[in-house]
Design a protein around this ligand. Structure first.
Ligand code: C5P
Length: 286
């Protein structure tokens, strides 16, 4: 049997860090949203009792450094699975970009193996297992728009978002999340009001949503990659309603009111940047 799961990229409409906890992690408040740029994870039984990874990107690790490998290993151990598994990762999301590509692949692997091995775990149970692997994995188990808090393990869904057209720009540099959090100084920076952001989306007051979008990590990454500020300014001057860095960066996204506006932003920015994507926010079907 073969199972295919989509692993969508995420963007942060808002991130605030409240304080550093005793375990070293930051207590966070975030609004996360999925977009229709996805990796594909395919899992199927393998004749030998091991985890075999395959991917279209030659520089990705295929061992325990890969979150997909960690997901399979953890499930195998916890549920004493003795059969092997082959996992193919078809990468389309830029790597180390602030789009949670690795965490989303990990979450998609957990969902896929839950089906392949008939474990009958709920999404809540998969999210708990995912939290052992990475802070963004619980959110990625559910996807779509959510208010996320704690270290990343408390996920509450938000239903009222519109499928906004969005332009993503990935500057050529990569940014390790750890180094951005390490350089964060909470007293020196302005904090976005994530509760106001959540309220605005719930009330479908998108003018207020654009106004309250903010990322506490942005200034840290912009200091290292000033190009981020330039991309934001260009997006806004081309007509985007809001432009922000996603996660710890360096990807910048611009949210637009409609497709015509998004195409103008996309075309205007494409000449200066090689990695530009035109996407839409995912919305729940129910
Ligand atoms: O949990 P994960 O390994 O994905 O997090 C990557 C890094 O981001 C951690 O090593 C930590 O430095 C930082 N982080 C944090 N507080 C969080 C989430 C992540 O400090 N809530």
């Amino acid at each position: 049997m073969e199972i295919i799961e989509k692993a969508p990229a995420k963007i942060n409409l808002g991130i605030d860090a409240l304080y550093q906890r005793e375990d070293g992690y930051y207590e966070l408040e975030m609004v996360m949203a999925s977009v229709d740029l996805s990796d594909h994870i395919t899992v199927f039984d393998f004749s030998e009792p091991k985890i075999k990874l395959k991917t279209n990107l030659s520089f990705l690790p295929l061992d325990s450094k890969n979150l997909v490998y960690k997901a399979a290993k953890l499930l195998m151990k916890r549920f004493t699975i003795s059969t092997g598994v082959s996992i193919e990762i078809d990468k389309r999301i830029p790597v180390a970009a602030g789009l949670a590509g690795g965490s989303s692949d990990c979450a998609a692997t957990l969902r896929a193996l839950n089906k392949l091995w008939k474990l009958n775990l709920t999404l809540e149970e998969l999210a708990e297992i995912g939290a052992e692997i990475g802070s963004d994995v619980p959110y990625c188990i559910y996807g779509n728009t959510a208010f996320v808090s704690g270290r990343g393990e408390i996920v509450e869904k938000i239903t009222n978002i519109k499928p906004f057209w969005t332009v993503l720009v990935k500057p050529p540099k990569n940014m390790p999340t750890l180094s951005v959090f390490q350089a964060l100084k909470l007293d020196d920076i302005s904090h976005p009001d994530i509760h106001a952001l959540r309220k605005a989306i719930n009330e479908q007051n998108f003018k207020q949503m654009f106004k309250n979008m903010g990322n506490v990590l942005e200034s840290v990454t912009i200091e290292r990659i000033p190009e981020i500020q330039k991309i934001k300014n260009t997006m806004l001057s081309l007509g985007a309603k809001a432009a922000l860095m996603s996660g710890s960066g360096p990807t910048v996204f611009g949210i637009c009111e409609n497709q015509v506006q998004a195409k103008r932003v996309f075309n205007g920015i494409k000449g200066f940047n090689s990695e530009v994507y035109l996407v839409r926010l995912l919305t729940r079907k129910e």
